[in-house]
Design a protein around this ligand. Structure first.
Ligand SMILES: Cc1ncc(COP(=O)(O)OP(=O)(O)O)c(N)n1
Ligand SMILES: Cc1nc(C(=O)O)sc1CCOP(=O)(O)O
Length: 446
């Protein structure tokens, strides 16, 4: 049965925060999202240009309409904007028994106020006591608790005040603004403190508060215990910040899709490469083209998710000559390639759609044939590698690929190098997918 989660929040026309972030988060967790829009903002990654509040009665009607028919397993509040909307929301949600996550939205990351000054008392009196959990960041927790927060001890005090004095069931004070090397969130629940830690990632932060609270609501809707819902939400938001796409000129938005897209893409890449390798090893005359160091065949995740060699699938132990045949030594794994992973990651900086590459033993004859077939060929010469690149661990291949691409000022199908002392000469064949690489290989050697 599909679970339903409601968001009572404002709309962000930039799609980074508010209702839009909440719905994307609900989708990422496989929960059906319901909405009660409180306010329409004309907003982008840099500024809020206009705010138009919805009639409080219409906000209440939206909540009732979905709760009475579809049902709500959990809900969250975001931007509530003014005291009348706050009162209408409080009065309406009290009629139902769903758990409520309260993100006490006050100011947008761009600095614009999203809660009127005179609505703070209403938020504290009417909404906070209804919360299963309140999720303030540092400035919001300071406003709610009335204390300054400089460190984790202050965050603990603020969380305790929000629960014991303001009446929420629990509170999680987020540590993203505390300037620590880790993002530490302090959670106070059932008279006990707990900390949720994640490495502080430099990434896209617009909509973090919205997406984090929506992730908690989605997981509560799915029947998770509160502490588990918070743990999952922390993992989700860390991933969303790290894999955010740099859109707009201001604070770029969290990528909620990373949560589902990365596992799905990993599976597609794995399957596609495994099938291509079966086809590769069945090519009859392949053994003569396998280099002494062995061959590898790799496929990277889409550009947004391809950051390191762990995001590139390849053959563990490479593909080697075995009697008169060719065999993969191990299975397809992410992180299994070093040289080709560095080659494809560099190539993708220029041509993000080209995500696969394979290496072959060098022969002058193959290079001539490639050119005759109309494949674009370029090369690099390891003897020309600058000293400062040589000094960098793993710098040669990225330098070589860059040099080869810049040499022809275009997109090479093939890049070769003639080797150097202790380094075998090599041909690399590039393509959008392993199937495209295989097609080029077959043109060349069959
Ligand atoms: C409509 C709307 N709601 C909420 C916000 C706040 O989002 P943001 O500025 O990204 O701050 P955090 O939610 O990340 O703390 C908004 N900008 N617009
Ligand atoms: C050892 C080696 N050197 C290459 C080059 O292009 O110079 S390709 C290659 C084989 C593949 O290595 P991996 O499994 O680390 O990707």
């Amino acid at each position: 049965m599909i679970r339903k989660a409601l968001t009572i929040a404002g709309s962000d026309s930039g799609g980074g925060a508010g209702i839009e972030a909440d719905l994307k988060t609900y989708s990422a967790f496989g929960v059906h999202g319901l909405v009660a829009i409180t306010s329409v903002t004309a907003q982008n990654t840099q500024e809020v240009r206009a705010i138009h509040d919805v009639d409080p009665e219409v906000v209440a009607k939206q909540i009732e309409a979905v709760a009475d028919d579809i049902g709500v397993d959990a809900a969250k509040t975001g931007m509530l904007s003014n005291a009348e909307i706050i009162k209408a929301v409080a009065k309406t949600v009290k009629k139902y028994s769903f758990p409520l996550v309260v993100d006490p939205v006050m100011i947008a990351k761009s600095g614009a106020p999203l809660l009127r000054e005179d609505a703070m008392d209403a938020l504290i009196e009417k909404i906070i006591p209804l919360a299963k959990v309140v999720t303030p960041n540092k400035p919001e927790a300071e406003k709610l608790s009335g204390i300054r927060i400089e460190n984790l001890e202050d965050a603990r005090k603020a969380a305790k005040i929000i629960v014991e004095e303001l009446g929420a069931e629990s509170a999680i004070v987020k540590g993203g603004h505390l300037g620590l090397s880790e993002a530490v969130d302090v959670f106070y629940f059932n008279g006990e403190f707990k900390e949720y830690r994640a490495p502080f990632v430099d990434g896209c932060t617009h909509g973090t508060g919205c997406s984090f609270s929506a992730a908690i609501a989605a997981n509560l809707a799915k029947g998770k215990e509160l502490e588990e819902a918070v743990r999952i939400a922390k993992e989700f938001i860390t991933m969303g910040i790290y894999y955010g796409a740099k859109i707009g000129y201001g604070h770029c938005p969290v990528n909620q899709n990373a949560w589902i897209e990365i596992p799905a893409e990993k599976w597609r890449v794995y399957e596609s490469l495994r099938n291509a390798i079966k086809e590769l090893v069945a090519i009859e005359n392949l053994p003569q083209y396998v280099p002494e160091v062995g061959m590898n065949f790799v496929y990277a995740l889409p550009r947004l998710y391809a950051r390191s060699k762990d995001d590139v699938a390849g053959v563990k132990g490479r593909i080697v000559k075995f009697g008169s045949a060719v065999k993969p030594v191990g299975g397809v794994e992410f992180g299994a390639s070093d040289h080709l992973a560095r080659a494809i990651l560099t190539y993708m900086n220029f041509f993000p759609e080209t995500r696969s590459v394979l290496n072959l033993k060098y022969s002058e004859e193959l290079i001539k044939k490639a050119s005759n077939l109309g494949l674009r060929v370029s090369f690099y010469d390891r003897r020309e590698e600058p000293e400062e690149i040589k000094a960098q661990e793993g710098g040669t291949i990225p330098w070589g690929i860059r040099t080869a691409i810049e040499r022809i000022n275009g997109k090479p199908d093939i890049i070769y190098h003639l080797g150097n002392w202790g380094k075998e000469a090599m041909i690399l064949i590039f393509g959008e997918t392993p199937q495209v690489v295989l097609r080029k290989l077959k043109m060349l050697i069959e």
